[in-house]
Design a protein around this ligand. Sequence first.
Ligand SMILES: [Zn+2]
Length: 424
Amino acid sequence: MFDLIVKGGTLPDGRVTDVGIRADRIVAVEDLGAAEAGRVIDATGDLVSPPFVDPHFHMDATLSYGTPRLNASGTLLEGIALWGELRDIATVDQMVARAVAYCDWAVSMGLLAIRTHVDTTPDHLRGVEAMLEVKRIVAPYITLQLVAFPQDGLYRRATGRKNLIRALDMGVDVVGGIPHFERTMEEGAASVRDVAGVAAERGLMLDLHCDETDDPLSRHVETLAAEVTRLGLGARAAGSHLTSMHSMDNYYVSKLLPLIAESGMCAIPNPLINIMLQGRHDTYPRRRGLTRVKEMQGLGITVGWGQDCVLDPWYPLGTADMLDVAFMGLHVAQMSSPAEMARCFGMVTVDNAKILGLQDYGLHPGAEASLVVLDAGDPVEAVRLRPDRLCVVSRGRVVSEKARNDSRLVLPGRPGSVRRRHRG
Ligand SMILES: [Zn+2]
């Protein structure tokens, strides 16, 4: 007897099978025949995947688009200035309400684990207070990791470092930083060594906004990789964005990538935001500003796609759909072979789960019973269609459902409906 059976779906690896769930655990991944269950979900012909994971987000700013004004230039720097205004007028209640509303969107899209950076710059730390409350509210259905993020730099303000430590003491999970935004290259490198030391000392994970610039001489990822190796942080450390690598000299990169691989650290490009914000100082040709994804993967470096922003000072769009992120990443990184396209689906699921260090993630007996049923035949088709999430299960409970919604055609001699499916 099972609490829930997801019947006849296609797993990302191509197996067609049933998934049996008891309480909050997957207990069987095999043909369950006519086994009884409290509820059976028919997933015949549909893709059954472990949930989507977002390794890079800003939940303290989300759904604030247009408040207190729009980002007129569309640049990263105006976005940071705009956020500087908003964070001091937004109340804890407002930030909690916006973030929890975003989490509703996330659940409906099968996005059940999110790492979000929370700005630790203001002395009032209202954003930290708000995000800790959000983490508590959504804990029954979303895994939320908070990163202490000194948006204005660790050293640019007198209280930058102190407030980061205060946030960690309040219960924030991960150590952050922004070396390219410090006043000088030297202070940037010093900030990397500083926060890496804090992470090692406290036994925490490390995730820096690193080299989010088109300046090819922004090389803080080099210091980050060296510190991760020296401190033995491995996959518990990540560099987010790494956009300067797009513009770096190829000879230098031929030395840099093996250093990153040696360290075991992960990389988190954010393709929607990188393609929107980078290259803004260029005329033509205009740089894409996405880091070197395939080259890093070729050396065994774990690379995940992050979303970064939805309707905030930096980005006027966004839907909480990690398949939008994978779709954009696939195009900008030109990951167009069948294996590379499938890899893009893996990046927003298993690779991102590895970056967050999620235990019990996946579709195997003993894993946490969280999954999503998609109206697609396989992972590549899911990236192509970014289809409806027919059913989302979090820790054994159905938390979101959507009826299949084919278009009805009214054409002489043609079928009565169309789904745009090509597989399955
Ligand atoms: Zn970010």
